[in-house]
Structures are given as C-alpha cells and as structure tokens.
Design a protein around this ligand. Structure first.
Ligand SMILES: Nc1ncnc2c1ncn2[C@@H]1O[C@H](COP(=O)(O)OP(=O)(O)O)[C@@H](O)[C@H]1O
Ligand SMILES: [Mg+2]
Length: 223
C-alpha cells in the first residue's frame, strides 16, 4: 500500500516586488504518495518553481503547512531542515550546476562532503553505470555534452540515496531527443522505487509521469 510522503495544505507564497505584492501561490493543497512520479506544468510565472522549492524545503511558505512523512516542517530550525532535506530529497536544476574543475566522479561525490557520509565506492560506481557515465568518470564538465552534464547532476542528486528526486525544468537546456533520454532515466528510477517531482514546460514529456499537476496563476487548475 502506498503511503503519504509529502502533504501540502493551503500553501501560499507571497513575494514583495518593490511596493507590489506578488501572490506566487494561492492556497495550494497537494498530497504526494511514496513512489509517485509527478509532473508540474504551467505557463512561465505560474508558480511551478515556487511550489517545487516549498515542497523541497528550500524556501518557506507565507502561509500553510508542509508535512514530510507526517512530520510538520514549519517552525523547524534551519539545521533540522537541512537534515530533513539531506536525508530525503535530491535536487536537479536546469543549469546542471557542476563545478568546472572537478571531474564527473568528484562532482558526484560532492554531497558526501556535506553529509559527512562515506560513499561506498561500489555504490558510486553502480550509479555511474546506471546513468551510462562509466566512460566519462575522469572527464571534466566542459568535455561533456549537455545530456551527459545533466546525467552527472542526476547522479550527484542520487548519491545520498534520497527518497524523492525533485527537478526544475531539467531538460530546459537540452534538445528533444536528449530530453527524452533524461525522462527514460526518470522512469527507470521511479520503477526502482524513487518518488519524482519534475517541473517541465514540455507536455509530451510531462505525460510520461503518473500524474500531471497543472498550475495557473498560482493555483492548481487540474491534477
Ligand atoms: N524571489 C522572488 N521575488 C519576487 N517575485 C518572485 C520571486 N520568485 C518568483 N517570483 C514571482 O512569483 C511568480 C511565480 O514564479 P515562479 O514560481 O518562478 O514561476 P514558474 O517557475 O512557473 O515560472 C512570478 O510572478 C514571479 O515573477
Ligand atoms: Mg520556474
């Protein structure tokens, strides 16, 4: 039986832009179960990134609550949030964010430095193999294609063995064939038990998920 992983209740986020208030999210309710693969779609400015960063505990809501496995996250100290994030969530961004002077394996291992874990070399190799990067292990980011760079950033997000992978327009900088390959990887990871929440502009890719959440003007218009 699937269990509740993340629950968001009446989530609102307001930003100040000069003297103007921007209502980026308006009372969003959302429940995500263990093992789901979810796409978040919607026009530019509809609140997709805001929602993802709130669910990923990278930012805090103006109002409303987020629970992770039943644990309320509002009111937690930054130190506790960091721990929750580190133990549960991996992030992938459109811009890859690889360090240019580190090779593929070193970029992947970076999060271990912060979690003070020792990555088992065979586990790291397993992730490298799964993402088809074994022939690139010693390469620097500038020697890689866009698709390979994004695969390295996915590998890096997996290194602490998160339960949830969150990605914000991960294929925004890739051509359509390469983008589809990234989604094939997401599907494979999901089949292996990982929960995925992926923001995308691409409706064709979005429908590869179990559930598509459509945002419009900070509200869920359908899911
Ligand atoms: N840090 C910020 N300060 C002010 N306004 C912001 C900030 N981040 C996002 N916004 C505004 O909130 C709305 C939603 O933004 P965002 O979540 O980035 O949308 P999307 O990812 O769907 O393009 C937009 O109107 C955007 O301009
Ligand atoms: Mg965005």
């Amino acid at each position: 039986m699937s269990t509740e992983l993340i629950t968001a209740k009446t989530l609102s986020k307001e930003y100040k832009r000069g003297s103007e208030q921007v209502h980026a999210l308006k009372k969003v309710d959302l429940s995500i179960k263990d093992g789901e693969f979810i796409s978040i779609v919607g026009p530019s400015g509809s609140g997709k990134s805001t929602l993802l960063y709130l669910l990923g505990l990278l930012d805090s809501p103006s109002k409303g609550s987020i629970t992770i496995r039943g644990k309320e996250t509002s009111g937690l100290e930054e130190r506790e949030l960091v721990k929750l994030r580190r133990e549960n969530i991996g992030f992938v961004f459109q811009q890859f964010l690889l360090l240019p002077t580190l090779n593929v394996r070193e970029n992947m291992e970076l999060p271990l430095l912060f979690s003070k874990k020792n990555g088992k070399p065979e586990k790291i190799t397993e992730i490298i193999d799964m993402l088809g990067l074994s022939h690139r292990e010693k390469h620097l980011p500038h020697q890689l294609s866009g698709g390979e760079m994004q695969r390295v950033s996915i590998a890096r997000a997996l290194i602490n063995q998160p339960k949830i992978l969150m990605a914000d327009e991960p294929t925004g900088n890739l051509d359509s064939a390469t983008a589809e390959k990234i989604y094939e990887i997401f599907k494979k990871l999901n089949q292996a038990g990982l929960t995925l929440i992926v923001v995308t502009h691409n409706m064709e890719l979005a429908t590869m998920a179990h559930r598509v959440i459509k945002l419009k003007d900070g509200e869920i218009s359908s899911s």
